[in-house]
Write a protein that binds this ligand. Structure first.
Ligand SMILES: C[S@@+](CC[C@H](N)C(=O)[O-])C[C@H]1O[C@@H](n2cnc3c(N)ncnc32)[C@H](O)[C@@H]1O
Length: 255
């Protein structure tokens, strides 16, 4: 996870700890020529290369994968200025969720977006908040209870598989995909979990824009996202550019 100027709010020590925790977990079982996270041979599109400070040294279609953000950094997800920086109101408008739909919020963190999705799909709908860190799911449960939200369900996923219990209308990655250690596997698993016509949406800080104050590994270009999705059973739909710093890139299940 990146800690740009906007990350100053929760203090350098906390942030440094978050990076260290994420790094140690990410490299458990590493080895040259093998997937550093699993010890298995690398799948198509992957390569090992130079490990930079913010990355795993594992590359996918030429992009170094970033460290995931530890739960230690969770207060940053709830920073007061986030509403202004990320405009969740515009995200919700762009997604146009319908009552009764099922949403998978992959890498939901503390649930900054999950409760908004829950409101939009209403009591007949459901939101699965998927996380690889139990600590995040504990914070999610607490935050949803405090808001009186009952249709957000926490799910422990693995880096390769979100373990969704039912098909979904929308799977969304908000500031998450760039730090997924197994992007090919997790997207393939999600494609199997999408309802016919279901969508996968990525919200990422714009890699094309040097004015966006985020470190390079924590941004993605539209071209890179499209390249990585081109090997999946997905059709590109559109890129929504109404957000101040991010783009919202929409794909739909093929066929
Ligand atoms: C920067 S946080 C974003 C949290 C949330 N989406 C938000 O916008 O507030 C990234 C989160 O993604 C989670 N994550 C990373 N890889 C994941 C994966 N493969 N499956 C599920 N969660 C993942 C991390 O544990 C971390 O909590």
């Amino acid at each position: 996870m990146n800690f740009p100027s906007g990350y100053r709010v929760i203090g350098v020590a906390t942030l440094a700890a978050a990076i260290v925790v994420g790094t140690a977990a990410a490299w458990a079982g590493g080895g040259q020529g093998a997937d550093p996270l699993r010890g298995k041979p690398l799948a198509t599109g992957y390569a090992l290369g130079t490990k930079t400070r913010d990355g795993l040294g594992k590359y996918y279609f030429g992009r170094e994968i970033a460290h995931f953000m530890s739960h230690v950094g969770a207060p940053w997800l709830e920073r007061p200025e986030r509403d202004r920086e990320e405009r969740p109101d515009l995200v919700m408008k762009a997604l146009n969720l319908q009552p009764g739909q099922v949403v998978a919020d992959i890498g939901c963190g503390t649930g900054y977006f999950s409760w908004r999705f829950a409101q939009a799909v209403g009591p007949q709908g459901k939101v699965y908040g998927v996380e690889i860190q139990q600590e995040m799911l504990d914070m999610l449960a607490k935050a949803m209870a405090a808001r009186g939200v009952t249709n957000v369900i926490g799910v422990v996923g693995t880096p390769e598989d979100p373990k969704l219990p039912e098909p979904v209308d929308l799977a969304i990655f908000i500031d998450v995909y760039h730090e997924c250690s197994h992007p090919a596997e997790i997207i393939a698993a999600l494609c199997r979990s999408l309802k016919p016509n279901g969508r996968i949406v990525f919200i990422e800080y714009r890699g094309e824009d040097p004015g966006v104050p985020i470190k390079p590994l924590h941004k993605m270009t539209e071209e890179q996202v499209k390249k990585e999705m081109s090997v999946q059973p997905l059709d590109y739909v559109e890129t929504i550019k109404t957000l101040p710093r991010q783009h919202l890139i929409v794909f739909r299940k093929k066929g």
